[in-house]
Design a protein. Sequence first.
Length: 195
Amino acid sequence: MRRWLVQVMVAELLVRQEMAERRGSGAGAELSLELAMRTGGVVAAVLATPDGRALFEQVTGNIHADEAEISGYYVRNGDRFTVPEVRWTRELGPVRRGELTGPIEEAVFGAAEGEVVGPVEGPGGPWTITVERIEGGGRKPYQTVREEVGRELTAARREEEFARWLQARTAAYVRLSPGFEHPGDPSQPDAVHRH
């Protein structure tokens, strides 16, 4: 615990000193819980301070995901942007592929809109099902998700860059006395903390 607290205190002090040198350039954005959870550890502690948020904005404000990164992510993560087909039935309500099993699912997804299927064997006996409406599934168009993906990728790049920047500043300006190293420092005999 002592090592952990020293890491946080050192990082906060570095940020305060850096902001004292940069003073006058704005208060920065509010910290979101989501950002703190993603960055974790010392970086999250730093970002919980007004100076830390302001410094984050200054250090990373010009970082943005480019079009190639955004479109590449869209292509590589197709499952994230796929909307399942939904069959609206009178008896079961909305049904997505995989929510039912066996003959009932086959009957529901084999039927046309307005068609009555059955009797089909299912839980509790035979079922007769009316498919009232079909909402086709498929992949969301790139243009509809581009902005959201760009924000996510930009946030991730900014967080990574700030963590690297903070680590480099710490390495350049801080020399800890033995016994105050990061809890995960592998040179320590009791290092059990892992990332």
